[in-house]
Write a protein that binds this ligand. Structure first.
Ligand SMILES: [Zn+2]
Length: 143
């Protein structure tokens, strides 16, 4: 289970609204399964890099590798770890896509927020099991 504060969920919601109708993305910094900081990141998905017909920032996200390195450094400086990644699914249920699974890491929590008609709808969290399949993870509010 992932433990997170209401204001951190609200921060993710605000970020998702800001980038709508494109996907937002960012990192969850903390320890174990306790989120201590939500770090917004830029969605750097581009057709030039991924070359996937029909795909765009409306249904894909990517955090540039050099940014990931910078965020791991930041986490270390704060004495925290990257414990998960969040992103939004504009006009799509909060279920991980095959693309999400392909770029996912073991041990991370994957928070997905869905938006319907531009309004935040549901947030779910997912973790990879030993067969690299996503399983739902409970979100515990800790306010
Ligand atoms: Zn996704």
């Amino acid at each position: 289970m992932l433990q997170i504060k209401l204001r951190q969920l609200q921060q993710i919601q605000t970020h998702a609204l800001k980038t709508y109708p494109e996907e937002c993305c960012g990192l969850l910094l903390g320890k174990k399964k306790l989120v201590q900081q939500v770090q917004e990141a830029e969605n750097s998905w581009s057709q030039e890099i991924f070359n996937t017909p029909g795909a765009s920032k409306r249904n894909r996200f990517s955090i540039a590798p050099q940014k990931m390195l910078a965020y791991s450094k930041l986490a270390r400086e704060l004495n925290l770890e990257i414990i998960g990644i969040y992103h939004s699914h504009p006009e799509h249920p909060p279920l991980p896509s095959e693309f999400d699974r392909a770029i996912a890491h073991q041990g991370y929590s994957y928070l997905i927020i869905s938006l319907r008609q531009g309004q935040p709808e549901t947030i779910l969290s997912w973790v990879l099991d030993e067969n690299n399949q996503f399983q739902p993870e409970a979100i515990i509010r800790i306010d």
